[in-house]
Write a protein that binds this ligand. Structure first.
Ligand SMILES: Cc1ncc(COP(=O)(O)O)c(C=O)c1O
Length: 360
């Protein structure tokens, strides 16, 4: 077996322990004589899988009892529509646009009501998080929307915006479970799992119960109502069962690592190694404001497109995969999610140092 260090932004690296366990259970899950892929979602075995996954997630994130945990499909992008359809009671919401995913969410929301862009960092290619301490929050806004970690640009909110009492909705796709959060500060906290938690196909929505109702935009499809899924314990229809099973295994793995405090420490240590090198390098440089740096996605450039391409190619040959930056921004990006070991970042930095020596 030969594994590479996979720096993909998503789908992304998963803990090897989880993959090995899943492989061992492929032919016969827990004495059932079948794989979880082949199992009825109405079976007792699957009910236990989803119940345990939810309980472990609640424990990891310390989710208050007045929040529902939903395992849905449609990716994070489907939430761009579901959120306004379910929450825009007054037909208005405020969006802080800090990258392409926030922009897409804002654009989608415009189909369903008045979506105000109340702040943006687009003036400097989304390389920072705007000051959100005193924004012009709209009186009629039903919620304020953010993308907490900007996967493409590598920025992260270090402080949540002052929503002036409005409900906060946050896309945490690329920082999910990377550090502790105070769930009670959010109305909805959600993310696609394919970066930090599991295989693509599952989106987890943690939603305050009072935001779940039948009072949704007229014409909202049954499948796009939070209430449909909340009432059915995420089993209204066939759920992404195998994906949920893998997420459950990752939750167990996270608990074994010491939970989110321990993950934060590990993630800070990994990110520091890379950022410290970027700060001293004469060839590579980080592209975002230091105060807003993400612990998960680290973009960097040499300033020369051809050299960037050479780096990506040679890194791949050295077993360091998926370091190419997002197609819309170029350069490089190392995604160093929970399951990326410290040794992976060490290997990357060692390789970068050698490349710098050879190419300066
Ligand atoms: C922060 C963020 N939000 C949303 C998305 C879109 O996710 P999906 O492809 O699951 O719709 C991504 C995907 O990369 C992302 O990074």
């Amino acid at each position: 077996m030969s594994r590479v260090y996979n720096f993909s932004a998503g789908p992304a690296v998963l803990p090897e322990e989880v993959l090995s366990e899943a492989a061992a259970e492929m032919m016969d899950y827990n004495g059932t004589g079948m794989s979880v892929m082949e199992m009825s979602h109405r079976s007792q075995a699957f009910q236990e899988i989803i119940d345990t996954a939810e309980a472990d997630l609640r424990e990891l994130m310390n989710i208050p009892d007045n929040y529902k945990v939903l395992f849905l499909q449609g990716g994070a992008s489907q939430q761009f529509a579901m959120i306004p359809m379910n929450l825009m009671k007054h037909g208005e919401a405020d969006y802080i646009v800090t990258g392409q995913w926030a922009k897409k969410a804002w654009q989608e929301a415009q189909k369903y009501g008045k979506a105000n862009k109340i702040a943006t960092s687009e003036d400097k290619t989304f390389s920072y998080i705007p000051d959100c301490s005193d924004l012009p929050i709209s009186e009629n806004a039903d919620y304020v929307y953010i993308c907490e970690n900007n996967t493409i640009y590598g920025t992260k909110y270090k402080e949540l915006p002052n929503t002036k009492g409005k409900i906060l909705v946050s896309d945490v796709s690329s920082c999910f479970l990377s550090e502790p959060v105070d769930v009670s500060k959010y109305g909805i906290i959600y993310g696609g799992v394919q970066k930090n938690i599991g295989p693509a196909g599952v989106v987890i929505v943690i939603i305050r119960e009072d935001l779940i109702s039948d009072d949704v935009l007229e014409g909202t499809p049954t499948m796009l109502k939070y209430k449909t899924h909340a009432d059915a314990g995420s089993l209204y229809n066939t759920p992404p069962a195998y994906g949920i099973y893998i997420c459950g295994k990752v939750f167990k793995w996270l608990k074994k690592q010491g939970g989110l405090e321990a993950m934060k420490e590990r993630n800070e240590k990994k990110a520091k190694l890379l950022y410290d090198y970027l700060d001293e390098s004469r060839l590579f440089k980080g592209t975002v404001e230091k105060k807003d740096r993400s612990l998960m996605n680290v973009p960097f450039v040499t300033g020369d497109k051809e050299l960037d391409a050479k780096f990506v190619k040679e890194a791949k040959e050295a077993g360091l995969e998926n370091l190419k930056g997002h197609r819309t921004v170029g350069g490089m990006r190392a995604s160093i999610y929970n399951a990326m070991p410290y040794e992976g970042v060490e290997a990357l930095v060692t390789f970068m140092k050698k490349f710098e020596e050879a190419n300066l």
